[in-house]
Design a protein around this ligand. Structure first.
Ligand code: FES
Length: 113
């Protein structure tokens, strides 16, 4: 099935290594996604840790570690490269967050869901 692009926020809503903006991907499956801005570029992922499938953030939008270097899962502390989604440390090492196709249209952040 062809994916649709959905507007998830404005580019102005994203702050460098700041809060993630969440959005719904599939209501029936309780599946959400998030967008972050890292080194000036937006990245979108499903909000589902490859370890046991929980959402990364306990506090909504808090997905960066303290150093703002990696995305971090609040459940067991896995760390992910924000660019590739690859787990670099933790129980799901070498597994990946599911990345979503993202593009900017005018000031709108559009994600394929
Ligand atoms: S659920 Fe994310 S590290 Fe275990």
């Amino acid at each position: 099935m062809e994916k649709e692009f959905k507007r998830v926020c404005s580019t102005k809503d994203l702050t460098e290594k700041g809060s993630a903006i969440g959005f719904e991907v599939d209501a029936e499956q309780f599946l959400n996604g998030f967008v972050v801005l890292f080194n000036g570029k937006p990245y979108a992922y499903l909000n589902r840790c490859p370890h046991v499938g929980t959402e990364l953030d306990w506090v909504p939008g808090v997905v960066f570690d303290e150093q703002k270097t990696f995305l971090s899962c609040a459940t067991h502390g896995a760390l992910f490269d924000p660019v590739t989604g690859g787990c670099v440390r933790g129980p799901c090492i070498n597994q990946f967050l599911v990345s979503l196709v993202i593009h900017i249209e005018d000031d709108n952040v559009m994600v394929a869901v």
